[in-house]
Design a protein around this ligand. Structure first.
Ligand SMILES: Cc1cc2nc3c(=O)[nH]c(=O)nc-3n(C[C@H](O)[C@H](O)[C@H](O)COP(=O)(O)OP(=O)(O)OC[C@H]3O[C@@H](n4cnc5c(N)ncnc54)[C@H](O)[C@@H]3O)c2cc1C
Length: 450
């Protein structure tokens, strides 16, 4: 009987372990920290709730409105008209624990342990010996143990030890930085079913900054490519300032940061070791989305193991495991390429970002964006829509330069009058967190200080 170790108990690992355990394959799921709260915006598409059968209790907020905010503070409201549709906002500690426990209930052996080293056998073909610190006894250092298996799924995130053991090669990473900010009732009520995305050089030269609602707080953060890493705290200050009138009397309750892969690793299967989720590098450009792709890749990889091992009767070969890569690339290759292209075109500078937000005001663009996000399907456009979209893109890009601001201002409060907001702000801004000077790009004057 085939023995499989899944290293990492995030969405990718748990969804892989679930499939393996269901098929009756002997499965160990390693998670170094069972109460891990992965730094994450926690936004998931509707198709994930349906495909992975997630109960309502996992979802803190059902977001039906997304506000895109341009560098000049143009606000475009994107609504989901159908009341059954939403973007789910969840806390990772809740989602991850649910998926992990479900895999364990189906028969996977859940090990509270940190995998520290892997012996990979000759030519990395296995069998593999995992050396791990077992924390199940409750001690701080854990008890040293080993386990021999035939197959390993590396679901251990951006700093993957499995990737190192298999010599998977490196990828570029972006750094996502986030503060969880607790808000008073009125400010929080505004974010009840609404998330905000801000673009501008002040908040991210590479991606976007976000205010995402959680059950009793908002997650406020920004993503930055590695070469701009030194700017990240200044960019976080940028989003704090732009959103300052909407985060009145806010209090930082947690500060967190984590790498986000920017593209797949050069090798995702070596021997009988396969990478999934962030370990493989499956986060999309433009949107920075990775939870669904993690869960889905874990599931697809495990399904390939089940099928090619004849439900665990024989050890699958390297070629068998590579079948999962072919299915993956066929199913999602276009999605990754389109989002990469969008990022190259629209996140280049403030003129392009203005153009991007302007385009999002169009109903066809909104439907297209939501359909591809919520359902992960490439939506076919009719010829008229295609022509319209092309003209819109050209027009918006041409106008972008004129629309781009010479500086950045905070957006007004959405729930209080201007005077009241200023009075509250005068009492003090957001409490806690890390404060540095905001980033002031060369061509723009400094952001208007709160
Ligand atoms: C700040 C931020 C915001 C984000 N926001 C969003 C968002 O809103 N929506 C979205 O879709 N994506 C978002 N992402 C991306 C998303 O978090 C990842 O794509 C997703 O978590 C990948 O899941 P995973 O299971 O592959 O890896 P992870 O979630 O990283 O899980 C890996 C697990 O492995 C465990 N582990 C690691 N090493 C070992 C080891 N040696 N032994 C045992 N266990 C180990 C870790 O403790 C962890 O639980 C965001 C990322 C960041 C950093």
């Amino acid at each position: 009987m085939v023995r499989v170790a899944v290293v990492g108990g995030g969405p990718s690992g748990s969804c892989a372990a679930e499939v393996l355990a269901k098929a009756g394959i002997e499965t160990w799921l390693f998670e170094r920290k069972l109460d891990n709260a992965k730094p994450c915006g926690g936004a998931i598409p509707l198709c994930m709730v349906q495909e992975f059968d997630l109960p309502d209790g996992i979802i803190d907020r059902k977001v039906r409105r997304m506000k895109m905010i341009s560098p000049s503070n143009r606000e475009v409201d994107i609504h989901l008209d159908n009341s059954d549709e939403y973007i789910g906002m969840c806390r990772r500690e809740v989602l991850d624990a649910f998926l992990r426990d479900r895999a364990a209930a189906l028969g996977a052996t859940l090990v509270n342990g940190l995998v520290q080293r892997i012996e990979t056998g000759s030519n990395r073909q296995g069998p593999y010996t995992l050396h791990y610190a077992d924390y199940s006894g409750g001690g701080a250092t854990g008890e040293a143990r080993t386990l021999e298996v035939d197959v390993i799924i590396g679901a251990d995130g951006a700093n993957s030890r499995v990737a190192k053991a298999m010599d998977a090669g490196d990828y570029n990473v972006a750094i996502a930085f986030q503060e969880r900010i607790r808000l008073p009732r009125e400010e929080m009520a505004y974010y009840e079913d609404l998330a905000e995305m801000y673009v501008g050089t002040d908040v991210s030269p590479d991606f976007y900054a976000w205010v995402f609602p959680k059950y009793d707080h908002v997650a406020v953060g920004t993503g930055t490519m590695q070469q701009n890493q030194s700017l990240i705290k200044g960019l976080q200050e940028g989003i704090r300032q732009r959103a300052s009138r909407r985060l009145l009397r806010g209090e930082v309750i947690k500060v967190e940061a984590h790498p986000i892969p920017e593209h797949p690793r050069p090798r995702r299967v070596v021997g009988r070791m396969a990478l999934v989720g962030d370990a493989a590098g499956y986060v999309t450009k433009s949107s920075g989305e990775g939870i669904y792709f993690a869960a889905k890749s874990g599931r697809m990889c495990a399904e390939q193991i089940v099928a090619t091992s004849q439900a665990g009767a024989r050890v699958p070969s390297e070629a068998d495991l590579k079948g999962y890569l072919r299915s993956w690339d066929r199913q999602y290759g276009t999605t990754y390429r389109v989002l990469d292209l969008l990022q190259t075109i629209f996140y280049r500078n403030d003129a392009a970002r203005e153009a991007f937000v302007e385009m999002c005001d169009d109903k066809d663009v909104q439907r297209l964006t939501f359909d591809s996000y919520l359902y992960k399907r490439v939506v076919a456009m009719n010829p008229w829509q295609q022509v319209k979209l092309t003209l819109l893109t050209i027009g918006a890009i041409l106008r972008g330069n004129a629309l781009a601001p010479m500086g950045y201002r905070p957006v007004p409060s959405a729930v209080r009058g201007a005077d009241e907001a200023e009075t509250i702000l005068a009492e003090g801004g957001i409490r806690g967190g890390i404060r540095v000077a905001p980033v002031t790009p060369d061509r723009e004057p400094a952001l208007t200080r709160s």
